[in-house]
Ligand binder design. Structure first.
Ligand code: PRP
Ligand code: ZN
Ligand code: MG
Length: 223
């Protein structure tokens, strides 16, 4: 059996650079080949699996990888989806990280931005996060339709596919460029380090235990 610790990180996106930088700052060295999914550390018995962020929570929950670095937005969406479909959805929360801050928000076309939450009843809301959206709508007792899009959510109103959107906002530039106005934050997110619930071999658990204080040190030094 392999004694290498497997860590899943986002291949390309908002968390990729900082995920790699964090591991490197912890003294874990990698040489990354853009085309390769798997990277072996040259300093530790660690393998890096570079995948789509959406796949990371499931890989951890299924125990396919040992730990994952992922945004809470994706983590919570996948958890809700797996719970709804009776799939295993547990994991161990290791650390909240100090990067990847963003929010999941409702946004409306500028001309409609005076509409209240209640006005969304009966409307179509485009999103990549249908479970987080529906959970929010339920707490507000609003009956609206989630229109699932895996990308280009911000163009949905203009394309006539939806009346509003529910998408990630970080700088706000994407909303601005598409004539949309953020009207309601529904979830706040940052990057997290999570571990699978299935026990690791003693060697792998020990390696992880050695890395965590280093990670804490790196994060404190940045404060
Ligand atoms: C999100 C979101 C917007 C953008 C918002 O996509 O869908 O496109 O970020 O950021 P801004 O407010 O700084 O303009 P992201 O690239 O994170 O994820 P995706 O590739 O999974 O859509
Ligand atoms: Zn994504
Ligand atoms: Mg996007």
């Amino acid at each position: 059996m392999s004694e290498r610790l497997t860590i899943a990180i986002q291949k390309s996106g908002r968390l990729s650079k900082e995920s790699l930088a964090l591991l490197q700052a912890c003294g874990v060295k990698f040489s990354i080949h853009q085309a390769r999914l798997l990277a072996h550390s040259t300093s530790h018995p660690i393998d890096l699996l570079r995948v789509r962020d959406d796949d990371i929570p499931g890989l951890v929950m299924d125990g396919v990888v040992d730990v994952g670095l992922v945004g809470e937005n994706v983590l919570e969406e996948v958890r809700l989806e797996r719970e709804a479909t009776s799939q295993r959805a547990d994991y161990i929360d290791l650390r909240a990280l100090d990067f990847g801050q963003c929010r999941l928000s409702l946004a409306l076309p500028k001309e409609q931005s005076q509409l209240s939450l209640a006005d969304l009843a009966g409307k179509r809301i485009a999103t990549t996060y249908p479970f987080l959206l529906q959970r929010f709508l339920k707490t507000q007792q609003i009956d609206a339709q989630a229109v699932m899009l895996t990308g280009s959510v911000e163009v949905a109103p203009r394309a006539g596919l939806a009346d509003a959107i529910c998408d990630l906002v970080s700088t706000g530039a994407t909303l601005e460029a598409n004539g949309l106005v953020e009207t309601q934050v529904i979830f706040r997110s940052r990057a997290k380090l999570i571990q699978r619930k299935q026990p690791l071999s003693p060697a792998r658990q020990q390696l992880l235990q050695q890395l965590l204080p280093r990670l804490d040190g790196v994060q404190q030094a940045k404060e």
